[in-house]
Design a protein around this ligand. Structure first.
Ligand code: TLP
Length: 341
């Protein structure tokens, strides 16, 4: 039985499934610092295998996973390239600057994809003036363009440019499983064009805590060093890692349901005169209710009245579809909204 969780604000609001709660309660634990927590070890083994990489580490959050990955690829004073609206650049409190002394070179993308000529221009001349550019960061799915998946072909293009210049490549794959499911491919196919990938367990996959970083033994050993520095060397973390194993093994395929429900919702809202600001790609809608004369408060109140949580912005908002919302809930919401509009 899926517990209802009608909260549009984010897929970070997902609650663990009953199976995850049970796994947490029964998890075998040990001291992760000594490498002795069997559940953490299992999670890291499963993650590495799914992504087709040598190794993985369990991190406390997506932000920590991105931070330790970026630190693992760079030296102080280096610069990195990322998409201009990338989460790690705009939202993660500048860990790359404060902890890594890194210099950002943001490049505007096209639906999250960095045009290779723009990446080349941003790298500049490696010898001569300017800081060394040692890292390229991608984001898949790309949040600011509406949760757009990057294809393996797109990732390869930028990966190849980075490799021409001996750079590391990191992907913020907070929602990389949404990308894989939307593209109908294995996540390992996307992982091929990245040296490290951070994948969140606690978004659409519904685990309560954490993310994994995958990569080669060498880069993961380095990331592990920085995870320790950032306080991520948890102890009996099996309690939170065990639900993560279920997230990876049982919750990936069901993301297709979220994408289908998002589509039903998008079509229904458009019929009511509520527009989409960005094309729907995966599990997020960016809506605009100005055409029906609504303000943020009208939207939030309508949702509230119908049993949903949503934070209305002045002209529109983001709706994230996730575990805990089912087709019948979407249908009921649309019926209710039809009356209110
Ligand atoms: N995103 C959250 C908020 O921070 C905006 C959300 O509600 O979407 N990369 C991407 C692409 C993300 O969307 C997020 C979280 C993270 C990294 C960070 O993950 P956490 O919150 O686990 O540190």
């Amino acid at each position: 039985m899926v517990e209802k969780n009608l909260d549009f604000r984010s897929d970070t609001t997902t609650w663990p499934s009953p199976e995850m709660r049970e796994a947490a309660a029964k998890a075998a634990v040990g001291d992760m610092g000594y490498g002795e927590d069997p559940s953490v070890n299992e999670l890291e083994r499963v993650a590495a295998e799914m992504f087709g990489k040598e190794a993985a580490i369990f991190c406390t959050s997506g932000t920590q996973g991105n931070a330790v990955s970026m630190l693992a690829h760079t030296d102080r004073g280096d610069s990195f390239i990322c998409e201009a609206r990338a989460h790690l650049y705009t939202i993660e409190r500048g860990h790359w600057s404060v902890i890594g002394s890194l210099i950002p070179k943001p490049v505007p993308g096209v639906e999250g994809f960095l045009p290779p000529e723009a990446v080349r221009a941003a790298i500049g001349r490696r010898r001569g003036a300017g800081p060394r550019t040692s890292l390229l960061c991608m984001e898949n799915t790309h949040l600011s363009s509406g949760g757009t998946p990057l294809t393996p072909e797109q990732m390869k293009i930028d990966f190849d440019v980075a490799k021409e210049h001996d750079m590391g490549v990191h992907t913020d794959g907070a929602r990389i499983f949404n990308a894989a499911v939307a593209l109908g491919i294995k996540v390992s196919e996307l992982a091929e064009y990245s040296d490290t990938i951070q994948a969140c367990l606690s978004k659409g996959l519904a685990a309560p805590v954490g993310s994994v970083v995958v990569g080669s033994e060498e880069v993961i050993a380095e990331a592990k060093y920085y995870r320790s520095m950032l306080g991520g060397n948890m102890r009996q973390a099996g309690i939170i890692a065990a639900p993560g194993v279920i997230a990876l093994t049982k919750m990936v395929d069901r993301l297709a349901e979220d994408h289908a429900n998002a589509k039903v919702l998008a079509e229904g809202l458009q019929k009511l005169g509520i527009k989409l600001r960005l094309p729907l790609k995966t599990n997020m809608l960016f809506i605009d209710y100005t055409d029906i004369g609504w303000k943020g408060e009208d939207w939030s109140n309508a949702c509230n009245e119908l049993g949903w949580k949503s934070r209305g912005g002045p002209t529109g908002t983001r709706l994230v579809i996730h575990y805990g919302m089912e087709r019948e809930d979407i249908d009921a919401l649309l019926e209710g909204l039809a009356k209110l509009v």
